[in-house]
Design a protein around this ligand. Structure first.
Ligand SMILES: *Cc1c(COP(=O)(O)O)cnc(C)c1O
Length: 226
């Protein structure tokens, strides 16, 4: 087995154990393999071991890497996206985890209509309120998401967060719990299920699964340090 295959196997095992601890089924949580900065060969090694879902965060890298790889793989975009790059990214990445403003989602709707696409989006929420530049705040997201719930093309799949980087994964737990509670409240208030919770990275994905993550974004633990 390649290193990537054995690490993939181990991550999947830990994901299943974390789900079981929370009384959830392993199938309720997807692994998004974050391949940014890694060459197509690394993606191919993971694909050969059964991984189908990959994440990228840089537009330029998507444009060169994704077309070079097998069409059987699925790609999600997880980085900050500028409106003038939407048209290039949507045909490659039908799921965007990092929608950080209402304006971006509205631009996406217009372009999806023109291109005949039906993107899925996660709204990036800054639950830790740590002064990060991008993302909705827990206070503003209800009001700002309102116009997005009526869109015909763009579907709001759920919420995403990136808590501050910390050494102890337990310190991320309150932020993951806060995102889940926010989702529960918004779903109850709007009647839109917002099923998806994109949270957890290499250092804290097991904690995020215990707190309800439906998709974890794992890069360095699978592919190596960047
Ligand atoms: C790079 C990145 C990840 C993966 O980070 P690792 O710590 O390498 O697992 C997850 N989410 C986002 C938004 C990223 O940019």
């Amino acid at each position: 087995m390649s290193d990537i295959a054995s690490r993939l196997h181990e991550i999947k095992e830990r994901m299943a154990e974390a789900a079981a601890r929370a009384g959830r089924r392993a199938e309720e949580v997807e692994l998004l393999a974050v391949s940014k900065t890694f060459p197509p060969e690394a993606v191919e090694a993971a694909a050969a071991a059964g991984q189908r879902l990959f994440g990228e965060s840089r537009v330029q890298e998507c444009l060169t890497k994704i077309p070079a790889l097998s069409g059987r793989l699925s790609w999600h975009f997880i980085g900050h996206l500028q409106s003038n790059k939407i048209r290039k990214i949507l045909p490659l990445c039908p799921v965007i985890h990092s929608v950080d403003s209402t304006a971006l989602a509205l631009d996406m709707e217009r372009i999806a209509e023109e291109e005949g696409l039906r993107p899925e989006i996660y709204l990036q929420v800054n639950v830790a309120s740590d002064g990060r530049k991008f993302g909705f705040t827990a206070q503003s997201v209800r009001r700002e998401m309102e116009p997005l719930l009526q869109l015909r093309r763009v579907q709001v799949a759920g919420l995403m967060t990136i808590p501050p980087l910390v050494a102890d994964p337990e310190l991320s737990r309150p932020h993951f719990a806060a995102l889940r509670e926010l989702r529960d409240r918004l779903a109850a208030e709007t009647g839109v299920p917002l099923t998806g919770l994109s949270m957890g990275m290499s250092g804290d994905y097991t904690v995020s699964i215990e707190e309800g993550a439906t998709i974890v974004r794992v890069g360095s633990l699978l592919f190596g340090s960047r």
